[in-house]
Design a protein around this ligand. Sequence first.
Ligand code: CP
Ligand code: NVA
Length: 310
Amino acid sequence: MVRHLLKISDFTKIEIEKIINKAIELKANPQDFTSALKGETLLMIFEKPSLRTRISFEVGMQQLGGHAIFYSIKDSPLGKKENIHDTAKAASRFVNIMAARLFKRHDMWDLAQYADVPVINMLDDFAHPCQMMGDFLTIKEKKGRLNNLKISYFGDAYNNVTYDLMRIAAIFGLELDVACPVGSEYTPEQVVLDEVSKISKETGAFVNIVHDAYNAARDSDVIYTDSWMSYGIPIDKEEERRIIFTPFQVNSQIMEAAKSDAIFMNCLPAKRGYEQTAEVIDGPQSIVFDQAENRLHSQKAIMLFLRDKF
Ligand code: CP
Ligand code: NVA
């Protein structure tokens, strides 16, 4: 059966570790993999904007000897003259892997259901598994381990990146405090809480939704935040959201509450003065550009894994 990566929990802990270890190898010795996907093609379907994801997949596929096609939904018959079923079936006849960045999780799931090749979720409203793979590679590089860690997340928790961070923290048996405003618009959906609590029962993880940012930061190894204005949120919501999220901004008080060797992470794009201050993101504890770079190495490993190359 064809495997897909639609959310990070589609892979087991052992598989995630295997992919991270392969990414470390790819990063150290890229020259050993220049023909690993020779002659293969990745189709990248985009419905929302991207810098990192688009470039890292395109460069990654080229470095593996393959070819990537950027395909904007704007230019497609999808949703106008054609349904996802037909798009998935037809595209599967041409390419070896499909990757998609779509607004709705149901469209992503339909694409995967009908595709005859692996589908990689490059971000929808439910998950960002490629981000997590790169982020955990980065945490491993910086902290030397992926166990016995406290991670603290701040800000918008009704959010794709937060959901996969919760899932991966549960899978690895970690402590994760998600500090966010009260209210269903800002907190994780019940379906995610249920999945995370089921995984945590097996792994001993502690994933907590909290509303006091300072307490959440205490003794943390990793301070993580994401945009307050995710792709697709209307601009007229910006001021209201800025006010609601400001108590959850990562600033120097939050960094001081964490362990002295804590790292600061943001999947990017970031806005200084919003989800974090400039002194934090441009400061010595920030590792955001290593995090961005690791998207490349980890996605090369994901593609090799889904093509059964290791
Ligand atoms: N972090 C991330 O996915 O960035 P882009 O939106 O630029 O792809
Ligand atoms: N939560 C953000 C992640 C961007 C990579 C968004 O959906 O825009």
